[in-house]
Design a protein around this ligand. Structure first.
Ligand code: ZN
Ligand code: ZN
Length: 122
């Protein structure tokens, strides 16, 4: 699949990011690199990536911002800073959640978000 130049820069930003980014964060990151597409261009690139399965959308509990990350990151979790709203990937998974599952229920997956202050805000 050939990417347009705008799609390629958005892809590079998401691939290099420490966690999922919102469209506004992608735009801010592009401006840091002296690239100035419009927000509509960023959304078009993100939606094209969702359609092609390159990205997945990430939404966190209690936060209606949609963030995007590469689809190939595999099973992982996020830490969300409650002050600056930065979200980063965390390594590891507690796994072993079966003791929490009610009798007779079958666990097929889980989602986990850590909340707190990031290293800048702490
Ligand atoms: Zn923070
Ligand atoms: Zn997990």
């Amino acid at each position: 699949m050939a990417l347009t130049p705008a799609q390629q820069t958005v892809f590079d930003v998401l691939s290099d990011a420490e966690g999922p980014l919102s469209a506004a964060e992608v735009l801010a990151e592009l401006k840091n690199h002296a690239k100035t597409p419009g927000i509509a261009t960023v959304y078009r690139a993100l939606n094209a990536g969702l359609d092609s399965g390159t990205y997945v959308a990430v939404t966190l509990p209690g936060d209606d911002t949609t963030r995007y990350e590469p689809a190939d990151r595999g099973h992982h979790h996020h830490f969300a800073c409650t002050q600056c709203e930065r979200v980063i990937d965390v390594a590891g998974c507690p796994g072993r959640l079966s003791p929490l599952v009610p009798d007779g229920f079958t666990l097929t997956g889980h989602d986990l978000t850590l909340f707190g202050l990031c290293d800048v805000c702490a």
